[in-house]
Design a binder for this molecule. Structure first.
Ligand code: 5RP
Length: 225
């Protein structure tokens, strides 16, 4: 079983939760792409759902697979959202945004009654913090924000030749360690010109993580810690 097989298995397990009439949040990235395929298969065999997309690429992929996509701007709540991650730890804390969609992803995740992270086993870590933390930055405030992020201890690089779907920049931040992600999230959001970041600390309700062909489901409420 390859990592791609594990992504697909995790995605299919999460999509099995979708029921008729739901509004489904669709994530961005290679794992989320498997969820789009799995959902499209269920739609083709009679499931009736609407979807909101966390990126333009996801909207295009979902529409061309036959899934009805509605505008999240008209959608106050989502029944279930399914998305990938760059890291996820046992506290259900995640770093997302390698694909640059973290701002829209967080809005959809927050709107979701149930937010499910899907991943292959390589994304599971004891404690988040080794992955680069992407920060969405207003271009107008680029230098100021980069200086402030560096003052928080980050090695910062602006993603070259890249704009988000919101026409903003991404500052990829490498921290030597991330002792207190919650405090860090608050410090980052307090910088004027920061629009969002990839720390997901409160959003994840459940995870489906597949390793070597076996999918494990974990619920936030059932954690032992
Ligand atoms: C995009 C994301 C992705 O969900 C995350 O980067 C994981 O991507 P992949 O499934 O391709 O490894 O947050 O902004």
């Amino acid at each position: 079983m390859s990592a791609e097989d594990d992504k697909r298995l995790a995605a299919e397990a999460a999509v099995a939760e979708v029921r008729d009439g739901m509004t489904v949040g669709l994530g961005t990235g290679s794992t989320a792409a498997f969820a789009i395929s799995a959902l499209a298969h269920r739609v083709a065999t009679g499931l009736k759902v609407q979807a909101v997309a966390t990126s333009k690429a996801t909207a295009r992929a979902a529409q061309s697979a036959g899934i009805e996509v509605i505008d999240f701007a008209d959608c106050p709540a989502v029944d279930i959202a399914i998305d990938g991650t760059d890291e996820i730890d046992e506290r259900f804390w995640a770093i997302k945004g390698a694909g640059g969609a973290m701002l829209r992803e967080k809005a959809v995740a927050a709107a979701a009654r149930r937010f499910i992270v899907i991943a292959d086993g390589s994304k599971r870590v004891a404690r988040i913090g080794a992955a680069k933390l992407p920060v969405e930055v207003l271009p107008f405030a680029r230098s100021f924000v980069v200086t402030k992020l560096a003052a928080l201890g980050a090695a910062v690089s602006i993603r070259p030749d890249y704009r988000t779907d919101n026409e903003n920049l991404v500052a990829d931040c490498r921290f030597q360690s991330m002792a207190d992600p919650r405090a860090l999230a608050a410090q980052i959001m307090s910088i004027p010109g920061v629009l969002g970041h990839g720390l997901f600390l409160d959003e994840v309700d459940a995870t489906y993580i597949a390793a070597r062909g076996t999918v494990a489901r974990l619920e936030r409420d059932e954690r032992s810690d």
